[in-house]
Design a protein around this ligand. Sequence first.
Ligand code: SF4
Length: 309
Amino acid sequence: LGNYIDSIIEKIEELKRRRRAVILAHNYQIPEVQEVADFVGDSLELSRKAMECSADVIVFAGVSFMAEMAAALNPDKIVLHPVPEAGCPLANFLPPSKLREYKESAPRAPIVVYVNSLASTKAEADYVVTSASAPKLISRLEDEVVIFGPDKNLADYVAELTQKEIVVAPPYGHCPVHEYLLNEYYVRKSLYEYPNAILIAHPETPKQVRRMAKFVGSTSQMIKAVENFRNVDTLVIATEEGLVYRARKLYPDKNIVPANPLAVCIDMKKITLRSILRALELGKHRVSLDSAIAKRVRETIERSLELLK
Ligand code: SF4
């Protein structure tokens, strides 16, 4: 198996050089994909990398909304998504037609969408945020009522931190991994097994879990938190299990435990070394966004970055 994997990696490396390509991988990708990637990070970091790099081709190892965002921000580069069916069930909760209904019901309220949304939805929004930037951006808005979607748990977290009235679009939007596989039951069970551990949680987890956490933040902030809790030996991580691999690699001296090892995003795990190799060999699947939508996504992002300055 070792030789087989090594030969795939060799071919990937060779094609990368030949096509002037880079591989960007999300923190939730399987270990061997993280290893073959040129850069691993959260969706915002990956978008930034996509813009900074001088490569002609970007192979995006993540889910489709991330590849779409890379394509919107890099109209002159070829963005390949190895498995186009790797979507995000959370993003699918808020198609643009539904967002328009909220817009019509409260035409004066600003519309803020989480980065985990479709490009066509971002194009309809006023602002786009990550879980890290959401509290800051929303607290800077003058309006008291804000429409926010599609994650109800992140909306709840933001409402707690900003004192704004958040209309959640839709009120049932959630990430199934964080909502069901990282609920209070699993997290309590893991803390029972590791009584001296501290809990670090993602804001997509339910409120009861966030209440138990010593730190709540995006995947990148969670990685930094592992470093910052210097005197703590054992940390329980309440997010998709792929982050544990990254955290263990960066901090081998710490005991880093997943709150639930079965908290697996099957969409993230659809990307494999073989699918990356195929993407590079065949130049597939190229992410092609409607140019008008891509332009509006860029405008939404620029407006958001301006407010965050
Ligand atoms: S972990 Fe949840 S939010 Fe992230 S891609 Fe998977 S389904 Fe979407």
